[in-house]
Design a protein around this ligand. Structure first.
Ligand SMILES: N[C@@H](CCC(=O)N[C@@H](CS)C(=O)NCC(=O)O)C(=O)O
Length: 260
């Protein structure tokens, strides 16, 4: 059995961060794919690993580490010989960590709103009100989030607010790249900060929000550089994108390609 066991979900943006680090380091790991719509993350066996009832979680030599950004830092510490994603200079390291905090504060929660409204909502609409309330109640971390969405989706005001936060995040990334000289957020080397925000940007691209960086060539070049990393493809295996699962989103994307 490999030393690392990853519990995750193909389309989960938090899981994609961790898969990228594992793949980039060439780490051998056993992958467990949880079906988040069937509630695998809320089963008692899994709650013993991660009491927050979310993915990802990693078990290393029988010991559990949870929360994607913590797992990324942990992996970079325990597998340092296979490519470091953390700058050696303490000031740069601090800079990377403040970017990571910003990413978890602003764009990472914001992308959930369009993701749920555009892709996941129909799943909840098939439930009765009682089933939906019971499901929300069973979620240790996301009860209020789900109740706010309800079975009609987040209201337009909430959607606009999320899109505003995403646009501000893209502008912030553009500033960081300009300051560092790129192509990555902190300069020539890809760091954990890039990997943190990668799934948000890939998701935005997937759901046609790429227009937010249409006039920001530095951000477009950043995304191209991340996609060119050898860890990108194995991380985004088939089934990792929303357009690969939801035909109505795929159709929008095809129209986009057609009009380009
Ligand atoms: N802060 C946590 C958040 C994890 C999280 O929200 N995971 C989502 C998928 S990206 C999840 O498991 N959702 C399941 C649910 O809402 O029931 C992390 O970064 O690991």
């Amino acid at each position: 059995m490999p030393d690392f066991v990853l519990y995750n979900a193909p389309q989960s943006t938090c899981s994609q961060r961790v898969r990228f680090v594992l793949n980039a380091k060439g780490t051998v790991y056993e992958e467990h794919k949880l079906d988040l719509f069937s509630g695998d993350q809320l089963k008692s066996d899994y709650l013993r690993i991660n009491p927050n009832g979310v993915v990802p979680s990693i078990v290393h030599d029988g010991r559990v580490v949870i929360d994607s950004s913590v797992i990324m830092e942990y992996l970079d510490e325990v597998v340092p010989e296979l490519g470091a994603f953390t700058p050696a200079d303490p000031v740069e390291r601090g800079r990377m960590r403040s970017m990571m905090r910003y990413i978890d504060e602003v764009p990472a929660p914001a992308i959930r709103i369009p993701s749920y409204n555009l892709a996941f909502l129909p799943h909840f609409q098939t439930m009765s009100e009682e089933e939906f309330l019971a499901l929300a109640d069973s979620k240790p971390l996301r009860k209020e989030f789900l109740l706010k969405m309800g079975r009609t989706g987040f209201p337009q005001a909430e959607m606009d607010e999320a899109l505003g936060r995403l646009a501000r995040s893209v502008a912030r990334m553009d500033d960081w790249i300009a300051e560092s000289g790129g192509p990555f957020l902190l300069g020539a080397q890809i760091t954990l900060a890039d990997i943190m925000v990668m799934p948000v940007m890939v998701r935005m691209d997937d759901i046609n929000l790429h227009t937010m960086w249409a006039d920001r060539p530095r951000v477009a070049a950043w995304l191209a550089a991340v996609r060119a990393h050898p860890a990108f493809e194995p991380t985004y295996y088939t089934g990792s994108l929303l357009t690969e699962k939801y035909p109505h989103l795929a159709k929008l994307r095809e129209e986009r390609a057609h009009n380009a």
